[in-house]
Design a protein around this ligand. Sequence first.
Ligand SMILES: O=C(O)c1ccccc1NCC(=O)[C@H](O)[C@H](O)COP(=O)(O)O
Length: 249
Amino acid sequence: MILDDIVSCSHRRVSSLPDSFPSSTHVPISLREAILQARNNAVIAELKFASPSRGIIREKQQPADISEDMILGGCCALSILTEPDFFHGCPDTIPAIRNSVNVPILRKDFIVNEHQLDETKSLGADAVLLISSVLGNETGHFVKEAQKRGLEPLLEVHTRKEAKQAMDSGAEVVGINNRDLRTFRTDLSTTKNIAPMLKDAGLTVVSASGMVWPCDIRSLHRYADGFLIGSSIMSSNNPRKRVEGFVYA
Ligand SMILES: O=C(O)c1ccccc1NCC(=O)[C@H](O)[C@H](O)COP(=O)(O)O
């Protein structure tokens, strides 16, 4: 099972992290506010060079170039996949672009240990992904630990059961992953099925994964406040135009 391999690698990497991290001087920018204040569709554009489901998506290039394109296209936030072994990401990408962008940065990785939260804060991220199916019963604890460090958690769920737990976790932004992380199958109706209960609870909802064309966003307008999109943007010859297409869908 690839997800188990990814999680095992994450546990191994934790053991090679330094004992402490330099503190960041970055003043946090709220992901939730950026989503809710977006004038058009709130698109979170993801830097994602490879994935288990697609292999190589785009040859590696300077992250500053592609993130600038994404911002010119109108995204309200950036998601940076930092996992190296399966997604060809790198934590250093965050400090490399931090000072040249004025939108919130979400660190996307497989967080399994609180020490990774210290690392995330030190890198200059504003928000951090926490995955309900990875953290299980510890999800609420990790939400609080992220908040203690001044990191906004984006809590990812895929089932109604996980969504129920998310409602009690203290997280304000919940991502519904349309991709089943075990089978890689994507289905946009996952958002349609789960979003209403989260919205009724007053949470900010982000639909994530599997959106390929602007019509996909249009079909989810009434369900989600924000849309997290990686592969479609990263595989495009013109990422700026592709982001624009989603923002104005
Ligand atoms: O993308 C994968 O293949 C994947 C496999 C196993 C665990 C996580 C995976 N993706 C992480 C994500 O959440 C997506 O990168 C993100 O939602 C964007 O999805 P997409 O727009 O479909 O690239």
